[in-house]
Design a protein around this ligand. Structure first.
Ligand code: KE4
Length: 429
């Protein structure tokens, strides 16, 4: 009997490229036909056949309170009753900007946009205008959304200009982006030695979440701060994943490194399309209509998304939130590690707070090269085995698992048992 998800996917492929509105949802790296999700509550999602799963995708990060959080829904309904969009300033946008600035002190001013891609694209334009420089530095393996200058890969050899990493990105655009290696300060210094006063900004995921989770080495972020300050380049923290995830003030609070600009998204919108970029007043005031840097958006600061976001941030600001998330992350990681040891598996877990990644076939992952050596087929087998056991993991080996406040100890322990059961069966062949 064909599942509803399979039927819906066949229909979807007729009208939507690849049947999805974002590529990772098509399950290309794990195989099979994607689940269509019909509803969700707390830490659980239900597919189109009403099968229930413990959810570690969490909409790729936003669902840190769990799905259908009562406070957030109430605020969305209250806001929607007054209309959905006006294209004019609203008090809610001011209140959210004030709230974010209180949580993230480096953000003296901010502008709201509708996606992380818009946030990073706009922050980069701003940095180029502020520094009167054109080159951008990013890190191999870090993802910052799909604007042209960020869809690039390292050129061959060292300290070279980047190459396009997507069709449709002109080489002339890719050449403006330099690609360094995450957790490798000498690779950064080498590019600054060669391009110093041409580099407008360095953009980095303070904790890499798009090669799986890779934490920064002890002095990596502080080293970036020092090198950029010395050169006059801006340091941009892409906190679309880490913002409000690793602390109320994000990774910059956790690692005590202050960027010039910060990009936020995901959690900030409480599940609705909302993102932001912000930082030093002198830089932000270059934005139109005050200054010469144009940036705009029909639905920027949308009232519903702002209401959801403010409810989200206010709830996260409650006492004990991040201690609880840390305890849940630790419980899951410790349990999964005990299974790895029990079955003498070659695998490793990277975790920061309530995000983690399990890498198969490697002993440790401290760099993107390490991550790329992991066993992707074993991950695909693991993904489907966990799905059969009612655990819905991100359908790709280089993504973060997202734990929410709604994940109970029973959820976490069931996840660990499912892994133990699969590992045991795999051993027995
Ligand atoms: P969006 O444009 O998808 O809202 O944000 C882009 C973005 C920017 N910065 C970081 C660090 C990000 O992780 C993202 C988007 N993350 C991916 C998953 N790793 C979103 C999932 C998807 O592409 O469907």
């Amino acid at each position: 009997m064909k599942s509803q998800s399979k039927k819906f996917f066949t229909r979807a492929e007729k009208k939507i490229p690849g049947g999805v509105n974002s590529p990772v949802r098509a399950w290309k790296s794990v195989g099979g036909s994607p689940l269509f999700i019909s509803r969700a509550k707390g830490s659980h999602v239900f597919d189109a056949d009403n099968k229930e799963y413990i959810d570690y995708v969490g909409s790729w990060g936003p669902m840190i309170l769990g799905h259908a959080n009562a406070n957030i829904l109430r605020e969305i309904h209250r806001s929607a009753a007054n209309g959905t969009s006006f294209g004019a300033p609203t008090l809610g946008e001011v209140e959210l900007a004030e709230l974010v600035s209180q949580c993230v002190p480096s953000i003296e001013k901010l502008r709201l946009v509708s996606s992380g891609t818009e946030a990073t694209m706009s922050a980069i334009r701003l940095a180029r205008a502020f520094t009167h420089r054109s080159k951008l530095m990013k890190f191999d393996g870090c993802y910052h959304g799909h604007s042209d200058g960020l869809l690039v890969k390292a050129g061959s050899g060292v300290a070279t200009l980047s190459l396009p990493d997507s069709a449709g990105v002109p080489a002339s655009v890719a050449r403006e982006t330099l690609t360094a290696r995450y957790n490798d300060l000498p690779s950064v210094q080498k590019l600054f030695d060669r391009y110093d006063k041409q580099i407008a900004a360095v953009i980095v995921e303070p904790v890499c979440g798009n090669m799986g989770v890779i934490p920064p080495d002890q002095n990596f972020l502080a080293g970036l701060r020092k090198i950029t300050a010395r050169s006059g380049a801006l340091l941009i923290f892409d906190e679309v994943i880490t913002g409000f995830r690793l602390a109320l003030g994000g990774a910059q609070e956790r690692y005590k490194v202050k960027p010039d600009l910060t990009c936020l998204g995901k959690i900030l919108g409480g599940g609705l399309p909302l993102a932001a970029f912000g930082g030093r007043r002198r830089i932000m005031d270059l934005l139109a209509p005050l200054g010469p840097v144009y940036q705009a958006g029909t639905l920027s600061g949308n009232p519903l998304a702002v209401a959801a976001g403010a409810a989200m941030v206010r709830q996260l600001a409650r006492h004990g939130t991040y201690e609880a998330l840390e305890a849940k992350g630790r419980r899951l990681a410790d349990g999964l590690n005990s299974v790895i040891r029990k079955h003498a598996m070659r695998a490793t877990i990277n975790r920061v707070g309530s995000i983690l990644t399990l890498f198969f076939g490697v002993d440790s992952v401290a760099s993107v090269d390490d991550a790329r050596r992991c066993d992707r087929q074993q991950f695909a087998n693991f993904f489907h085995a966990m799905l059969k056991r009612g655990i819905y993991l991100p359908p790709a080996p280089f993504e973060a698992w997202f734990i929410s406040l709604a994940h109970s100890n029973a959820d976490l322990d069931r996840t660990i048992s499912a892994f133990d059961d699969w590992a045991g069966r795999s051993e027995r062949g």
